[in-house]
Design a binder for this molecule. Structure first.
Ligand SMILES: Nc1ncnc2c1ncn2[C@@H]1O[C@H](COP(=O)(O)OP(=O)(O)OP(=O)(O)O)[C@@H](O)[C@H]1O
Ligand SMILES: O=P(O)(O)OC[C@H]1O[C@H](OP(=O)(O)OP(=O)(O)O)[C@H](O)[C@@H]1O
Ligand SMILES: [Mg+2]
Length: 282
């Protein structure tokens, strides 16, 4: 049975559960459930603190886990990213009172408060900056106001938390993060159960970002139309009863669908339809 670590709370938890549900797996009904066996799919889910997931996976006791790239790197655990999942996107940045820190060199001699001590200590060492790091569990934006540090390093998504605390970003992002699937470093990458799990999640990612587009076009414009909708491999072309026309079916990116429909219409295509994809295997 495949053993999978899933975040039990925080920003990763809800979207991870939704993605697993869309991939056809049973998910827990109550947020207090810690373990769930899904016998039909031959998997067992362990709901763990997001910060602990890389450690469990690196120990080899669990086969696979969903966590944040930033949490994986911060843990220093021997686990590696195998599939980015596109949710819980954030950047990890330094911030300070306006006018106090403009370049990384200005951090020298200062104290940085963070919940991600592993990432920050490594970044400072890599850049050769001699600054102190103080570990706090959360709400680090307040550390500057309360005099515990002059700088913070934290997750930034919209920037609202920084603005509310009267802070501004200092320097370039330390890293860009999103939810990722992780495995123990060096684990057999070809195990059939793991491959099936990854294919299911990839299917969800594709279903979320593509729609199926169908349209009719005069045969003489087919090549131009196909250039607009090349599909993932190649579009399906079917004859229509009226021999001057053909029907085309192709997958297109959801974000580009409206522009492509306009361009196809201008080319003379008609009966242009898009339909959602619920699940797929590529
Ligand atoms: N506001 C946010 N937007 C997007 N991703 C976020 C946000 N806050 C945290 N994350 C991501 O969530 C993961 C951290 O999960 P974790 O559960 O520890 O913290 P949290 O979501 O801040 O929840 P909490 O602080 O309530 O425990 C990291 O990968 C981080 O990048
Ligand atoms: O840029 P924003 O959209 O404001 O998001 C970033 C904030 O979200 C997270 O905080 P959370 O609410 O999880 O509190 P925490 O600091 O206790 O983790 C993170 O630690 C930042 O504070
Ligand atoms: Mg948080």
């Amino acid at each position: 049975m495949l053993r999978i670590a899933v975040p039990n709370k925080g920003s990763l938890s809800g979207p991870a559960g939704e993605m697993l549900h869309e991939a056809g797996y049973q998910q827990r009904k109550a947020s207090k459930e810690l373990v769930l066996v899904d016998p039909e799919n031959d998997v067992e889910f362990f709901y763990l603190r997001p910060r602990d997931i890389a450690i469990y996976v690196s120990s080899g006791r669990l086969d696979i886990g969903i966590t944040g790239r930033d949490l994986l790197l911060d843990s220093g655990a021997r686990a590696e990213e195998v599939l980015p999942l596109g949710f819980a996107r954030s950047t990890f940045r330094y911030a300070a009172k306006p006018g106090t820190v403009s370049t990384l060199d200005d951090l020298a001699g200062l104290t940085v408060a963070t919940s991600y001590e592993g990432i920050v200590a490594k970044h400072l060492a890599d850049k050769g900056i001699d600054a102190s790091v103080v570990h706090l569990d959360g709400a680090v934006e307040t550390a500057i106001e309360l005099g515990v540090a002059q700088v913070i390093a934290d997750v930034v998504e919209t920037g609202t938390s920084l603005r509310n605390a009267g802070l501004e970003i200092a320097g370039e992002p330390i890293l860009e993060s999103e939810a990722v699937v992780i495995r123990r470093t060096g684990a057999d990458p070809h195990g059939p159960k793991v491959q099936q799990f990854l294919r299911r999640l990839q299917g969800v990612l594709v279903a979320r970002s593509y729609v199926m587009m169908d349209y009719d076009i005069r045969a003489e414009h087919l090549e131009q139309a196909v250039a607009l909708t090349p599909g993932l491999e190649s579009p399906t072309i079917s004859p229509l009863h009226d021999q001057g026309w053909v029907a085309v079916r192709s997958m297109v990116r959801t974000t580009e669908a409206q522009r492509i429909m306009d361009d196809l219409y201008d080319l003379g295509a008609r009966a242009i339809l898009t339909t959602g994809i619920h699940a797929c295997r590529l």
